[in-house]
Design a protein around this ligand. Sequence first.
Ligand code: N01
Length: 893
Amino acid sequence: MVAASVSRATSGCTTQQVDVALVGAGFAGLYLLHRLRKDGFTTVALEEADDVGGTWYWNRYPGARCDIQTIDYCYTFDPELESAWNWSEKYATQPEILRYLGFVADRYDLRRDIRFCTKVKAATWDQASERWLITTDNDAAVSCRYYIMATGCLSSPKPPEIDGVKDFEGEVYYTGRWPHEEVKFAGKRVAVIGTGSSGIQAIPLIAEQAAQLTVLQRTPNFALPAHNGPAPADRVALLEGDRAGYREQARWSGAGVPLQLTTVFSWQLSAAERLERFENAWAAGDLVCMLRQLWADQGVDVDGNALVVELFRDKIRATVRDPEIAASLIPYDHPFGAKRPCLDTNYYATFNRPNVTLVNLRQEPIKSIVASGIETDKRTLEVDIIVFATGFDAMTGAIMAVHPIKGRDGKSLSDVWANGPQSYLGLTVAGFPNLFMITGPGSPSVLSNMVVSIEQHVDWAVNLLIAMREAGFTTFEATKTAQHGWTRHMADCSTLTLHRLANTWYTGANVPGKAQGVMPYTGGVGPYRGICDEVVSRGMLGFRLTGPNVAEQCNDGEIVRLQPDVRLVLKKLEEMKLAPVESLGAQGARDFVAELNADRPAGRPVGDVADGTLPGTDGPLPYRLYRPATPGPHPIVVYFHGGGWVLGDQQSDDPYCRDMCRRSGMIFVSIGYRHAPEHRFPTAAEDGYAATRWIAEHAAELGGLPGSVLVAGWSAGGNIAAVTCQLARDRGGPHIAGQLLVCPVTDCTFDRSSYNGYATGYFLTRSLMYWFWDLYCSPADRTDPRVSPLRGKLGGLPPAFVVTCEFDPLRDEGIAYGDALAAAGVPVEQLKARGHIHTSFTMVDVVITGVSGRVQMAEALRRLAGLPPEGKQVDGSVRPARTAPLKIAAAAD
Ligand code: N01
């Protein structure tokens, strides 16, 4: 290890010289200091407080506890440390956690490198020396090669934004800066402002002591009982049975706790089964369990979430005796989990106490604090003590608001982040070389078990520093391309969850004037870890590395270009190491697809599903009809499934047909056209045309609007839909009002760039397409427009909506068809789906990011059918708004 040294800076002050300076001595700072010292870096930690603990040093308010079970909320880097410490409770109190952190500091002799009572005043990058200069309010400045912010996500309390606090003559306390001395509430009239996690933990205990407690609530929150006590025996047994396995599972989980996500959807469960699941989670007293184990759609779909919300409301009504107070405590404005839910002990029951009053600030806002108490616009509440539990300037507050950080060319981080934080991996920022943030904005951080995320960040950052040292590099910096890509990936991830639907500190909405956007990474702890590892395995993708005696290295690029859920699907498939479909033979491939379909999530309910047959050219063809729940008659969409003219049947795109039927409000009739190799070209095309004609002629009998139909299809089905339009035009009908072509096959040329660029690795492969073509169509027939519609005459065809996916071999021929239709004067809209693959839109409820594409497809079908947009009646009036319990669903629509 290189000893830290002290030098004279130009100003004449002594400057401490170290390899690494870090700020903060909480969970992150302590582990960082330990790792850096162990790996031979001279290090100093700067800490404003007079002892270790970070958030657990400052948040000493009554009732403060962790809300992730303590056996999970602790360090795991050293098995000996794990066996040297025993937690006394399922959720440890603040004093116990603080003792633990003190114990860790002593065990690894960390205090000697921590400068306590030292606040950083400024951090400035000096390009010439390639070092950071850190000035402090206490003693020497620090010159370091690397600067690491381990300042926590919730450590900068937000001002209460209420006038007159200074005029108050009583005592004022802030939960985030609680005094070390005991606060005596006995006999006092106390007001608590704020009902987030801090307020909800403190209120029951203050109520037990105070003469009178007034709770001032602006927004009600979801809270579930902690049921504290000893750690649950089953969890302990799991941990003790295989400690390493348990910890590893947490590291690769969604939230940093080894709990499996449920795969059952709400519509697969009866109301009684849903209630049972909810009651089990309620009894478990575990936030992660309640957030992830009820049903698979609870965190991604507003309707699935509304079912949880309703069960919460019942619990509150059952606990709080006064129905008016209960009504005020019921959350109404956000999906469950979109805002951080709370873990409580007797919170709701506290409002049954005679000495507790709830003031609903939505009905009587605070005007100001006055000498005797709090003035609302209805009255003055006279109190002796005011407790502000009003929260934090989260995620960015402690990084940019606390002290100026100036990077390359003197640019300040506050300016760079003026419109919201941008980072690469939530760890680094372009323009700020050699700066790390531990659990910064852009990483899973507050959406995870913080300790698991902290350990991952610390290990990743220190491992990079070691690798750089070995290779002779002295600076690292994220590139703008990489950072831009990460910002886009963050936005893609946030469309997967419901966080964007709530005004919370996750989005910066709690701080007036703060730029808004979902700040934590919502893609999950395990996927995030995988991405960080991939950055390394791809040669530090997105980083520029320099050193005095080595050539600069920069593998520029974006680490994730696929949609997040598509990426996970592909990873899963890769892990399954499946044989290529084309190697299975036609029947083997059909069996395989049937097996895959049997495992997929069930499709959503629609009004009615009916199977039938219709007369084809050589005998009956089966079909499946999906009818909306709304009263008919409805326009009919004739649908052709995908499967390369070889695989699938009228049921094989069942979830897609159900989804589109629900979203468009139209009847979908999926056709069981005949397949190759038994029935080669042009059977599928001719079956498609015959079925369309018959359905158009029998529309009224099927419950449809007579006159015309629409056609739609995916992949080879898109090919049949396109061909059907050409045949209908040339053979005198039926009238087709519009065509929806999703990733269609349109041509027999295989040399377009997408065929080559995405030949393998994106589900549909080039060799599978070759196989399909060979089975369906001889080379001599391939230029026939009945299989290569791009080569046909395109004028006079129905208006089209053409969907293509970025990572699909068929992308370019789909775009070519859309362009050619437009050139021929056909009205065309194209949806080019970024980050998607060939199967994205039919993997309903697996590829959640496909929703917006399907919404656009449904809207397009309605336009093509001459229907008003969803939500508007035919007469132009808007459908009545949904009633209160479905408010969330309405917001998400
Ligand atoms: O802060 P919050 P917190 N006038 O922002 C209200 C973690 N934590 O300290 O929702 C009136 O959640 C505000 O109202 P509104 C945990 O991650 C963990 O409680 O903005 N009211 C809200 O009710 C948590 O989520 C534990 O309308 C005002 C409250 O104050 C995070 O820290 C324990 C107001 C603030 O709630 C933050 O929790 C504690 C105003 N001017 C905290 N300004 C554990 O158990 C704000 N409010 C581990």
